[in-house]
Design a protein around this ligand. Structure first.
Ligand SMILES: [Zn+2]
Length: 307
């Protein structure tokens, strides 16, 4: 990579973080470290009043426990609320949504969740309101982005390959302004990434469709920066029965693990294991770094795992 690598940790404060979130943070941290890049902490607190302070506090406590430091971002909840919160940037998100609306990319949608379920065979929106030309100013409507048939978006992987994602099938016309009038995650995440100059995005492969949605928005906005970013869509950490972890599953929460184990070494080991790295001797973050860095230098298999 030619320019300085800039990435971010982007936790959502909705419940306590779990070991899967820790894996994402560690991988992001390791990749940034490998590239001698810069790391932001960005807390996705778009939900505002619904965000509980304890969830915000949990993020800082767990990052400190793991030993992950970052170059930019809040050092604690107070600094988040006063300087970094997405609440403070809401006008910018709305401004961009207006730009998209004026350029004809959006439509208003009055469907309820149950109506969408009723008419769609998948979880995707069936396009009910796309041609209704509903008045944008009416209350209690979502605004959606028109995604034409067969929209394939490609993202750039770490090894400079193009990964194609079928946005039409994976997501369809997606919400950009929610029924409650708040900007949706897709636009907030994109605007923040652009403003922070993020050129490396590390996220779970469950967010592949979000990557496609955000790249599609970037194209609608005639932006050329985001399509040049590198994307890593990593495997997800699973529970004992092979299911994706959720913020409600207490056993895997970092809070529980922190009480159970004196050191986070078990988390470092699990993370190394998921990356097919030798994990038995890892005790500290420094050990994990060492194992990861030497694998990046010698081992193309690790790169293909991250692709
Ligand atoms: Zn609709």
């Amino acid at each position: 990579m030619s320019s300085t690598v800039i990435s971010r940790l982007a936790p959502t404060p909705s419940g306590n973080l779990h070991i899967g979130n820790a894996f994402n943070f560690l991988l992001t941290y390791l990749l940034v470290h490998y590239h001698e890049g810069l790391l932001h902490l960005r807390i996705d607190d778009l939900d505002g009043p619904r965000v509980e302070r304890s969830s915000v506090e949990d993020i800082f406590v767990q990052l400190e426990w793991l030993g992950i430091d970052y170059h930019y971002g809040p050092s604690g909840p107070d600094e988040l609320y006063s300087r970094h919160s997405q609440q403070l940037r809401i006008d910018r998100y709305h401004h961009t949504i207006e730009v998209l609306k004026k350029s004809g990319h959006l439509f208003a949608c009055e469907c309820s969740r149950s109506e969408i379920r009723q008419f769609s065979s998948s979880t995707n929106y069936p396009g009910t309101c796309r041609n209704k030309k509903l008045d944008f100013m009416k209350e209690n409507q979502a605004w959606r982005v028109k995604v034409p048939e067969e929209t394939i978006v490609s993202c750039r992987t770490l090894t400079n390959q193009k990964k194609n994602i079928d946005l039409t099938t994976k997501m369809g016309d997606f919400v950009i302004r929610r029924r409650d009038g708040l900007p949706a995650y897709q636009i907030a995440s994109l605007i923040d990434d652009l403003e922070m100059g993020v050129n490396l995005v590390v996220r779970g492969h469950d967010l592949l469709a979000s990557t496609a949605a955000q790249l599609f928005l970037s194209k609608c906005l005639k932006d050329s920066f985001f399509p040049a970013a590198y994307f890593v869509h990593h495997q997800l950490m699973k529970n004992e029965s092979g299911e994706k972890l959720s913020k409600s599953s207490g056993d895997h929460s970092l809070q529980t693990l922190r009480l159970k184990y004196s050191s986070p070494s078990v988390i470092f080991q699990q993370s190394a294991k998921l990356l097919n790295l030798p994990f038995q001797d890892i005790q500290t973050l420094e050990d994990l770094k060492e194992v990861f860095l030497s694998a990046m230098v010698q081992n193309n298999r690790l790169m293909s795992l991250l692709d």
